[in-house]
Design a protein around this ligand. Structure first.
Ligand code: ZN
Length: 327
């Protein structure tokens, strides 16, 4: 997965996903390839700390090297230092204001459906898919699929259909992505802006980590056909959304850092040398205790295979919320 930050791509082995991948590749022809687009991003993006990079989800296939959501060790160190600094700031603020950290959080969600035209092939998914995606998030983050309950619930406040061929597909790291987000983003740091559409480079999605100062790039991008009932075979139960929102709430991949060091900065996710794809049995890539956390939402397995966050991840997300996104 190289040095790119957190991306999730689609596996291209299945017939249906191969078709989709081909469609994607065709759509991307004539558009700046993601790698070039990334390096050519406006200086504002490169001048900011690692958290300005987005976190993507990729499927197994030939495109993983373009995954934008994976972090280098230095980027992780910088982010952890920033989190500590943000927490110190908040603690000082709270000491004066006698405020208490939040224990439960309802996140307003603004959804932007990016379309080329009014057809389904042109990105016009039904609103029912969006409401089902919100249900998937609420079930996952409440522990309803078998993992730890987190503090978070999600409330859909708006579905905004936007027809603009210049933003379709959404090309990760491009000036068009920047323009799209600066035109459409709504709300404060606590508002989740979810952009749906066809994506560049067979990606399933990407997200930004929280930052102390709100940036118009803040938000989650997901393949519209990854929503429940979509056409992205093996990735159409809505867990791309679950995974990307995890990044938006400050989670790293379970395979961050491999077998050594602090890994994903969460103590109860066993270390994992590399991403797991599909749904492997008994995978154990590090000598440290515990098999690979292939059922964790922050790995790269099939939607049907991932169903949990850990208590440590829930705690990390809430800590980050109170540091970065709480009012
Ligand atoms: Zn990711």
């Amino acid at each position: 997965m190289g040095l790119r930050p957190n991306l999730l791509t689609r596996r291209t082995a299945g017939v249906a996903s191969t078709t989709l991948a081909l469609l994607l590749s065709t759509a991307a022809v004539g558009v700046v390839p993601a790698a070039s687009a990334f390096s050519a991003a406006p200086s504002g993006s490169c001048a900011e700390p690692a958290d300005s990079h987005s976190n993507a989800r990729v499927a197994k296939g030939g495109h993983a090297k373009l995954d934008p959501n994976e972090l280098t060790a230095k980027q992780v160190r910088d982010r952890e230092a920033d989190l500590a600094a943000a927490l110190r700031e908040r603690a000082n603020f709270r000491a004066g204001a006698a405020a208490t950290p939040l224990a439960t959080v309802t996140i307003p969600v603004v959804v932007h459906v990016i379309q080329r035209d009014s057809t389904r092939a042109g990105g016009n998914i039904p609103d029912s898919m969006v409401t089902q995606q919100i249900s998937v998030l609420n079930t996952a983050y409440s522990g309803g699929t078998g993992g730890a309950a987190t503090a978070f619930s999600f409330q859909l406040t708006k579905v905004h259909h936007v027809t603009n061929a210049a933003w379709y597909p959404i090309v990760e790291g491009s000036s068009a992505e920047r323009q799209m987000k600066s035109s459409l983003r709504e709300g404060g740091k606590n508002t989740l802006n979810l952009y749906l559409g066809e994506l560049s480079d067979d990606l399933l999605g990407w997200a930004t980590f929280p930052q102390r100062k709100l940036n118009s790039m803040d938000g989650v991008v997901a393949l519209s056909e990854s929503l429940p009932g979509g056409t992205a075979t093996n990735y159409n139960q809505g867990d791309t959304g679950t995974h990307e929102v995890g990044h938006w709430l400050n989670l790293y991949h379970t395979f961050q850092g491999g077998c050594s060091g602090s890994g994903d900065s969460v103590s109860d996710t066993p270390a994992e040398a590399s991403p797991a794809f599909e749904c492997p049995t008994g995978r154990d890539t590090c000598t440290a205790t515990g098999k690979d956390p292939i059922t964790n939402f922050m790995d790269y397995t099939y939607d049907s295979c991932m169903y949990q966050f850990t208590a440590g991840q829930a705690s990390r997300m809430l800590t980050a919320w109170n540091a970065y996104r709480a009012a």
